[in-house]
Design a binder for this molecule. Structure first.
Ligand SMILES: [Zn+2]
Length: 197
């Protein structure tokens, strides 16, 4: 989940701004957990469980057994943008799956090429990589914004406590602590404090 450095200058700051803006809209504190399902309602994005879309019992059975497939965004015939997600993933993973798809929609990414494995020209492939990188960063920032991470660090919360509190996976907490620079920041603060004592 390491960043490949493909994000445009200013994108990370924009992601943090959006995380605070949406919390404001939902009357939440900038450090508070934000439910992805509630954010989707606020943005008027209909979210469907894949079970609602599958009619064959076998397909549902397959989905329920360790299926890696997480979620997708699609346009309906009537032009609406909807998200379909895997309800068998853990609640924490459902949150990040949904935040990721919402991030694609916020960034107005063109999604048809993303969801299908087709041979695409090299330029197009890197274009898709950038979109994925943006959705990964924005999705995770919506779930765990910098103010929330700093708030948790100040309280000396462990990775698993932070994960529980924000309904995120521990991997996501670690990724965000590193990619947001919060880990580095608190390391330097601690060193500074140690020097002045
Ligand atoms: Zn994606």
């Amino acid at each position: 989940m390491e960043s490949k450095g493909t994000l445009a200058h200013g994108f990370k700051a924009k992601a943090e701004r959006l995380a605070t803006e949406f919390r404001n809209k939902l009357s939440l504190h900038p450090c508070a957990p934000m439910c992805a399902f509630k954010l989707a309602i606020c943005l008027e994005i209909p979210v469907y469980s894949a079970i609602e879309c599958l009619t064959l019992k076998d397909d549902i059975e397959r989905l329920s057994h360790d299926c890696e497939w997480s979620a997708l965004t699609m346009n309906t015939n009537s032009g609406a943008t909807i998200i379909i997600h895997n309800p068998f993933h853990s609640p924490a993973r459902q949150q990040s799956n949904l935040m990721h798809e919402i991030a694609h929609i916020i960034c107005e990414h063109k999604h048809p090429m993303r969801d299908y494995e087709v041979a695409v020209p090299v330029g197009m492939r890197s274009f898709n990589l950038i979109q994925e990188e943006e959705a990964r960063y924005l999705g995770s920032a919506l779930q765990l914004p910098r103010p929330a991470l700093l708030w948790a660090k100040k309280r000396n919360m462990t990775t698993s406590e932070i994960a529980d509190y924000f309904n995120a996976s521990q991997e996501m907490v670690t990724y965000r602590m590193n990619s947001s620079g919060v880990n580095k920041q608190s390391y330097f603060l601690k060193r500074k404090r140690a020097k002045t004592v």
